[in-house]
Design a protein around this ligand. Structure first.
Ligand code: CP
Length: 318
């Protein structure tokens, strides 16, 4: 593997999930693989889980890890080709990425969308330029439109808890939030679920349709109650609008926030969320602190998702 930016970079999904589950049992089985190899983790935006789990995963493979909170500690980056840099930006991404590629054998970067211009965000310009100029194996730590390490951890979690002998029903439900959030997590989750061996349903209020390139193959309904019927897994996430008006909050309808009452007609559904979560806005305390919540387990699996991906990237450069 040379890069991990979406499900399309994975040749065999089942084999990657299996590998992650084996690593979970034997995290130090490949502790020499990354010896004398350096991973650079570049954050243009905040993180708890992605930063710590990826760092730990790399260390278990014997890698050295350097973390840079570029958004706070680095020079302000210019991304436009041909820019006359007489404003606030100090360093062009082509120079910064090329230099980081000299120090690191593998690089990861997190870059959120600005939610102002759909074409700009969905072109993934920053991600693509960084990969191009760094010119080393690359892992996305969440980009404008996708969060593949999260989605892999989600699939690992579903695989561990899936009912035996049948395809699980997985429901992605929109949840309320106080501010406009990116579509990266739901886009990515949808894309991975459409590629996985599950029955997949998406439910959201009218106006919150995701980009169809990520949802092809899913059943989509505005009726949350109907969607949740018989669910084995419910993935809760807020997102802002994709089209026609990009990055907006149309409603904060609290009836979309999951409570125990919402689980009544499910198959005793397990509830997932990528975290961080706004308690009692996106998800109720009773769900998060109750027996159906998988959120901490899911966050724990971020480590083994990252380890499986880093192992594949390292194998590609041995
Ligand atoms: N789920 C997730 O990516 O968490 P962080 O933003 O804390 O990394």
């Amino acid at each position: 593997m040379k890069q991990f930016t979406s499900v399309h970079d994975v040749e065999d999904l089942e084999s990657l999930v299996r590998e992650a589950l084996v690593l979970k049992q034997h995290p130090y089985a490949h502790e020499s693989l990354g010896k004398h190899k350096t991973l650079g983790l570049i954050f243009l935006n905040p993180s708890l889980r992605t930063r710590l789990s990826t760092q730990k995963a790399a260390q278990s493979l014997g890698m050295n890890v350097m973390v840079m909170n570029m958004g706070q500690e680095g020079w302000a980056l210019e991304t436009q080709d041909g820019a006359i840099m007489n404003g606030t930006t100090v360093e062009h991404i082509k120079d910064a990425a090329a230099v980081m590629g000299q120090y690191c054998d593998v690089l990861g970067m997190r870059s959120f969308p600005k939610l102002q211009n759909v074409e700009e965000d969905y072109s993934e310009e920053i991600l693509k330029k960084f990969i191009q100029y760094a010119n080393v194996p690359f892992v996305s730590l969440e980009s404008a439109t996708r969060h593949p390490l999260q989605s892999l951890a989600d699939l690992i979690t579903i695989t561990e808890h899936a009912p035996k002998g049948r395809r699980p029903k997985v429901v992605l439900t929109w949840a309320p939030h106080v501010k406009a959030l990116p579509q990266a997590v739901p886009n990515s989750f949808a894309e991975w679920m459409c590629a996985a061996d599950v029955d997949f349903v998406i439910t959201h209020p009218e106006g919150y349709e995701l980009d169809p390139q990520f949802t092809n193959g899913a059943t989509i309904t505005y009726n949350q109650q109907e969607a949740l019927e018989g669910a084995d897994f419910i993935y809760v996430k807020n997102w802002s609008t994709f089209q026609p008006n990009y990055g907006e909050v149309l409603t904060q309808d609290a009836s979309w926030m999951l409570t125990n009452q919402h689980l009544t007609n499910t198959n005793n559904a397990k509830v997932m969320h990528c975290l961080p979560v706004r308690r009692n806005v996106e998800l109720s305390d009773e769900i998060l602190d109750g027996p159906n919540s998988l959120v901490v387990h899911e966050a724990a699996n971020r480590e083994f998702a990252a380890q499986a991906v880093l192992k594949r990237l390292l194998e590609g450069i041995q």
